[in-house]
Design a protein around this ligand. Structure first.
Ligand code: AN0
Ligand code: CP
Length: 320
């Protein structure tokens, strides 16, 4: 594998899952694969899990890691070509990318949607510039439209906790005070559509996701109805995708908060969320603390998903 930005890049999903379970049995079995190889992780946005789990995964493979927080201590980067740079950004991405690439072998990038222009966000301009100009393998640590390391960890977690071959998995919108990207729900939908699970998306009117991610999912506007018989509830907030409201918060209706009464409608479902989560907006204390909540093992699986991806990228390097 060269780059990793979406589910298709991983190849056969069942094989990738088997690899994940093998790594989970002994995460140090490939501890020399990354010897003398350097991972550079570049963050345009904050992170707790992605930063730590990806760094840990790289260390398990024997890699060296460097982390750059673009907004803390590095020069602010211009990303548009042709701009007269007389503003607050002293450096252009077009110099920064090859310079950063000269110090490393593999690049991870986190660059959220900017919410200025939907087409630009959905063209994945920033991560694509890294792919185009770095000459290095590049993987997404959440880009404008997808968060594939998260979705892979989510899939691993569902495979571990499911008790029926074809579980009912429900992605539910939930309220949040600030505008959040669609990357996590887009990506989750993309990965769920790559399985044979019974996959349902529920959200208030106006929160329809891009059809390319919704795929074959059932869209149900009645949250209670969607929850009936669910084996997994995956909660997430996102801002509007549809124009003319792209990137806007259309509702903070706490009637959509996942609480005990709603979980009682399910088939004793497990509760999932990628974290960070705002308690009593997205989910009540009782639900996230309940024995059906698997948010901590879900986050722990981020180390495993990152390790499978880095291992495949390292194997691709050696093949060159
Ligand atoms: C981000 C988001 O919703 O995309 C990161 C989630 C992994 N969440 C926040 O910014 C709170
Ligand atoms: N789930 C996730 O990606 O968390 P961070 O934003 O803390 O990395």
């Amino acid at each position: 594998m060269r780059n990793f930005t979406c589910v298709q890049d991983l190849g056969d999903l069942n094989e990738a899952l088997q690899e994940a379970f093998e790594i989970k049995k002994d995460r140090f079995q490939f501890s020399t694969l990354g010897k003398n190889k350097t991972l550079l992780m570049i963050f345009f946005n904050s992170s707790l899990r992605t930063r730590l789990s990806t760094q840990k995964a790289a260390m398990n493979l024997g890699m060296n890691t460097m982390v750059l927080d673009v907004n803390q201590g590095a020069w602010k980067l211009e990303t548009e070509r042709g701009v007269i740079m007389d503003g607050d950004k002293p450096e252009h991405l077009l110099e920064a990318i090859p310079v950063m690439a000269s110090y490393c072998d593999v690049i991870g990038v986190r660059a959220f949607a900017l919410f200025e222009n939907r087409d630009e966000d959905y063209s994945e301009k920033i991560i694509n510039q890294f792919i185009q100009y770095s000459g290095r393998p590049v993987f997404s640590m959440e880009a404008a439209t997808r968060h594939p390391l998260q979705s892979f960890a989510d899939l691993i977690t569902i495979e571990e906790y499911k008790t029926t071959p074809r579980p009912k998995v429900v992605l539910t919108w939930a309220p949040h005070p600030k505008a959040l990207p669609q990357a996590v729900p887009n990506s989750f939908a993309e990965w769920m559509n790559a399985t044979d699970y019974d996959f349902v998306i529920t959200h208030p009117k106006g929160y329809e996701l891009d059809a390319q991610f919704v795929g074959n999912a059932t869209v149900e506007y009645d949250q209670a109805k969607a929850f009936e018989g669910a084996d997994f509830i995956y909660a997430k907030n996102w801002s509007a995708f549809q124009e003319p409201h792209y990137g806007e918060v259309l509702s903070t209706d706490r009637a959509w908060t996942v609480d005990t009464a709603k979980m009682a409608l399910t088939n004793n479902a497990h509760f999932m969320h990628c974290l960070p989560v705002r308690r009593n907006m997205i989910v009540t204390d009782d639900v996230i603390e309940s024995d059906r909540s698997i948010v901590i093992p879900e986050a722990a699986n981020r180390e495993i998903s990152a390790q499978v991806v880095l291992k495949k990228i390292l194997e691709g390097l050696d093949a060159k």
